[in-house]
Ligand binder design. Structure first.
Ligand code: ZN
Length: 277
């Protein structure tokens, strides 16, 4: 099992990789730049190259996460251009660090557009980004939190959007367990059903990373509040156990985005390894 957590790049990309190694992790996630902005980062190519070499040598998998304002359903042309430029910058940094891809949240249902128009816009933005991208790093589409029926919460949408893009081979998936729980996609008791449906759809063939998070709220309440795996959450250990022991998920990096003030990540990784390592 490849366990890891989200880490800061305060000490650079190599610094984050070294931290992951020190913590005994086989994977980590990082923001390629300021997580609150879409501005383009002129990154240090020596640092990214050293990060890539270090990860290769130590067998660590890294995953990048796009900044929060990255919106696949932009409100206007100016924002659309910013999102496209920023995502290409994220992909370039990810590639340079040797990361598998850049996690991006599914788009929104725009208030002045129909659901179909919102999907269409999302496909156009993805097409524009990937038309200009020829690296190995992929866009990793993440399922959203929300009450049942919210856009981007079903496996069907993820699979269909990918399929409808011009270059689906450049898109993979990221499954967030808290988001899946929040909307009832995975309610804790239906894992076998999720697994069967996802397998039929081909979802699991494209799954590249899991955001391993518990939820502070019960299922189907639509709340996106992450909790540590072993405490303060509504998903119990037996429910996680079913997911963790799924052979299809072997080798996929499991990344914690849990509140480290509640349980330090060092400790949480140790507990994960004890239980499922
Ligand atoms: Zn997530």
């Amino acid at each position: 099992m490849r366990f890891g957590c989200h880490l800061s790049i305060g000490d650079g990309y190599l610094g984050a990789a070294k931290k992951a190694f020190q913590m005994g992790m086989a994977a980590f996630q990082y923001f390629p730049k300021n997580p609150r902005s879409l501005s383009i980062k002129e990154f240090n190519k020596d640092d990214t190259a050293l990060c890539k070499a270090f990860c290769k040598e130590t067998g660590i998998t890294s995953v990048s996460h796009s900044p929060y304002p990255t919106n696949l359903t932009p409100h206007n042309m100016k924002q659309r251009e910013q999102v496209i430029r920023s995502l290409l910058n994220d992909l370039e940094i990810a590639e340079s660090c040797g990361s598998i891809g850049v996690v991006v949240h599914f788009g929104k249902h725009l208030p002045n557009k129909t659901l179909i128009e919102s999907y269409q816009l999302m496909i156009e933005v993805l097409n524009d980004v990937l038309f200009e991208w020829n690296g190995q790093a992929k866009i990793l589409l993440e399922n959203k939190a929300g009450v049942p029926g919210t856009i981007g919460t079903t496996l069907e949408e993820l699979v269909q959007i990918r399929k409808l893009c011009d270059q689906p081979e450049k898109i993979g998936f990221c499954l967030d367990t808290c988001h899946a729980f929040s909307c009832g996609l995975w309610d804790g008791d239906n894992w076998l059903k999720v697994l069967r449906r996802g397998t039929d759809l081909g979802y699991f063939d494209e799954l590249e990373v899991i955001h391993l998070n518990n939820s502070k709220y019960p299922t189907r309440e639509g709340k996106d509040r992450h909790a540590p795996i072993f405490q303060n959450g509504y998903i119990n250990v037996d429910q996680f156990d079913q997911l963790m022991k799924t052979p299809k998920l072997n080798g996929i990096p499991f990344i914690l985005e849990t509140p480290k003030e509640e349980v330090p990540h060092e400790k949480e990784i140790r507990l994960l390894k004890e239980k499922w390592g």
